[in-house]
Design a protein. Structure first.
Length: 79
């Protein structure tokens, strides 16, 4: 189930790129999410990463280039 992680571009990176600190909002949050998405665009396993987050209903962070807000919105429209 986690085998794809071995090939992830983010492997070994500081998770703060992908997960917001408490109270992060506005421009700071958008910039961090854009930085994470840029990393995901170069990643060979972004699709399985995004699928994992979607299937497990991961509530936090950027996974496979998708933000938590995007995943939440997707769940809301597909419920």
């Amino acid at each position: 189930m986690w085998k794809w992680q071995a090939d992830a571009a983010c492997r070994g990176m500081d998770s703060s790129v992908f997960f917001s600190p408490h109270g992060e909002r506005g421009l700071a949050r958008r910039r961090r999410e854009e930085s994470a998405r840029a990393m995901c665009q170069t990643c060979p396993v972004s699709s399985p990463c995004a699928l994992f987050a979607e299937a497990s209903r991961e509530p936090y962070g950027v996974w496979g280039g998708c933000t938590e807000a995007e995943r939440h919105s997707h769940h809301a429209t597909n419920s």
